[in-house]
Every structure is written in C-alpha cells, then in structure tokens.
Ligand binder design. Structure first.
Ligand SMILES: [Zn+2]
Ligand SMILES: [Zn+2]
Length: 132
C-alpha cells in the first residue's frame, strides 16, 4: 500500500490534539491540545485525511488507507486513526499518557504531527479571524 503523506513523528514529544466531533456538522470542536499549541484557535484550518484521499484519488477513504501499526510501539491491534493523516496509535501509547481515561466516545484523535501542522498553518496572525 502506498503511503500518502508519510510522516516522521517525533517520538519524544507527547503532543496531540483531540477533536470533539459535533454530530450532524462537518466541523469539529477541539477539546484542546497538550502543550504548546491550542487547536481550538485553529478551527477551519484542518483538513481531514478522508478529504485528502477524496481530493487526490476521487474515491472514499477506506480503513486500509491508514497504517496497520502503531506509530509509537510498532504493534497492531486496537488502533486509533488520526483524523488528519494515515498514522495510527494505541490510546495507551499516546493519549492515555496525557489524559486519564483517554478519548471519550465522541472524540477523535489528531496526531502530534497534524497538531503541529495545524499550529504552523493556523498559528500567528490570520487576518479577520480574530476571536469574538
Ligand atoms: Zn502502540
Ligand atoms: Zn495525523
């Protein structure tokens, strides 16, 4: 399987985002990210991996578009897919290290690399998008 958008995650940084999925809405609300970025200020800058696949290949994303092995420990099984790329993680390898109990049922993962991308794209001044 070809890997679109392959990444080199920085294994030593426990940084990730959690998107709180809003039912019946295309948007996401961010519960936040754990140091040093705050994804809640970046709504609208985030592109889901599914959208990338659709744009690039003109088809719906399938489960096998994502990796099969946890990006942290390299093992299979019970993986959580990143919303923004093809990386997958065990909750115990990433989320649970920072948040007790891990993700809630209506929450999804934005991996450290996508969180960084969002920060770099959305951070700084974006004209007119100041908060209310
Ligand atoms: Zn793992
Ligand atoms: Zn990602």
């Amino acid at each position: 399987m070809e890997r679109r958008r392959g990444k080199n995650p920085s294994n030593n940084v426990p940084l990730f985002g959690i998107a709180l999925k809003k039912r019946g809405s295309a948007g996401y609300e961010y519960r936040g990210v754990f140091a040093p970025y705050d994804l809640r200020e970046m709504e609208g800058n985030f592109e889901r991996f599914e959208q990338l696949v659709e744009q690039q290949e003109g088809r719906k994303a399938r489960a096998d578009d994502w990796n099969d092995f946890c990006e942290k420990c390299g093992k299979k099984g019970g993986l959580t897919m990143c919303l923004g790329c093809n990386l997958v993680f065990h909750e115990r390898c990433l989320v649970s290290k920072v948040i007790d109990g891990g993700l809630k049922r209506n929450e999804e993962l934005i991996c450290p690399d996508c969180a960084k991308d969002m920060h770099e794209k959305g951070g700084g001044e974006r004209g007119g998008a100041s908060r209310q």
